[in-house]
Design a binder for this molecule. Structure first.
Ligand SMILES: [Zn+2]
Length: 378
């Protein structure tokens, strides 16, 4: 189906790596890429009112089909005007298909050719999710971008299991494509294949023939060493259509985002900035700060000098106090800071790509993070 409301304009590719600058246009506005989408699982980016979310610089957010279908039900969201109106966010929204949540949250999962059957993590009730049902839920939610249902497996896994899941994901993608009706909603395919580059390339070629409006790389960031993920991206991403947006699902840490951007990824989402914010951990250019640490008790400095977020109008000592006193403002402010930090990182990345200095930018950022963060990967 033709989707006149969507376009991806590729402005520039960095002369020294595969990092790209583009604009992805949707019926609810444009997204300058590379971009990071904060995760709004339950039709809310946890802790942030829409005005605060907008102030972080976020352009596009993610919602979850699995969660919203179980509660309140997509019919309720549709009746209340669709996901944009339901939550009050007027910008672009992407909805996940439910594939990853079945893999990570549901109990007693049985995967058959028809679809997945499992028990809800909320009440234990049996649920069935087929490629067609996932399309139908996302059409009711009214997101700008819908993802196809995929079969996600744990890593590492045997080549037989990986091949079976990858081939099923391709068949499901074809069914999702056939089932998709809604105009004003783009549909992205999801490349699977674990850490097997041959399977990844096969899957990429099969999905490219289906001519989706964008392509995601899924099933990564599920416990494999980061270097192996980067290797898979290095070999898989160049096989994706150049004139379509490329989305790396569920990844991740700031260093992963820069490494994947250098390999040609345009879109990201991850719970890290919001989840870590709720756990008193702040991202900065000098690495992460764990605000519960006693050393911040009377620290007068902001989390990060020059940050325009509301948390950085207070001292580290005050923010630490909020967490120690179990005040809800602590998680709210740190979430605002972390999402702002991720958006600033992406804006800086976009500027660096435009000036062909993305690799130097990446080296400088990694040096700052590694110098202070003992927990970061080697
Ligand atoms: Zn801040």
């Amino acid at each position: 189906m033709s989707q006149p409301h969507f376009s991806f304009r590729l402005h520039h590719i960095d002369s020294k790596c595969c990092a790209r600058r583009g604009t992805f246009s949707t019926p609810h506005g444009s997204v300058e890429t590379p971009a990071f989408m904060p995760v709004g699982t339950q039709a809310t980016v946890k802790g942030l009112e829409i005005e605060m979310l907008r102030a972080t610089g976020a352009q596009m957010i993610l919602g979850n089909t699995y969660h919203l279908a179980l509660r309140p039900g997509e019919g309720v969201v549709e009746k209340l005007g669709g996901l944009h109106q339901f939550m009050g966010w007027e910008g672009p929204i992407l909805t996940d298909s439910g594939g990853f949540q079945i893999f990570s949250l549901a109990a007693n999962v049985r995967i058959a050719e028809e679809g997945a059957s499992f028990r809800s993590h909320l009440d234990g009730n049996p649920v069935e999710l087929t490629p067609e049902r996932s399309v139908q839920i996302q059409e009711s939610l009214g997101s700008d971008v819908a993802m196809v249902l995929d079969h996600v497996v744990a890593l590492p896994n045997s080549i037989e299991v990986l091949r079976d899941a990858t081939e099923r994901s391709i068949r499901w993608a074809r069914r999702a494509k056939d089932a998709h009706r809604r105009t004003g909603q783009a549909q992205f395919g999801i490349v699977q294949g674990g850490l097997d580059v041959g399977l990844r390339i096969e899957c990429t070629k099969a999905l490219s023939k289906l001519d989706f409006q964008g392509y995601a790389v899924g099933g990564l960031g599920v416990g494999e060493p980061p270097r192996e993920m980067y290797q898979v991206l290095e070999e898989t991403v160049p096989a994706l259509p150049e004139n379509k947006p490329r989305y790396l699902m569920g990844v991740g840490r700031p260093q992963d985002i820069l490494e994947a951007t250098a390999r040609g990824i345009d879109l990201f989402d991850c719970v890290l900035p919001t989840r870590n914010g709720r756990n008193a951990m702040a991202f900065t250019d000098q690495g992460t700060l764990r605000l519960r640490n006693l050393k911040y008790i009377d620290d007068p400095r902001p989390l990060e000098e020059g940050c325009a977020c509301p948390a950085c109008r207070r001292s580290r000592g005050y923010l630490r106090h909020l967490f120690m006193a179990d005040e809800m403002l602590g998680p709210i402010l740190l979430t605002a800071h972390n999402v702002t930090y991720y958006q600033r990182l992406m804006a800086e990345a976009r500027a660096a790509v435009s000036e062909n200095r993305f690799l130097e930018f990446k080296v400088a950022k990694l040096a700052g993070w590694n110098a202070a963060d003992v927990q970061s990967e080697p």
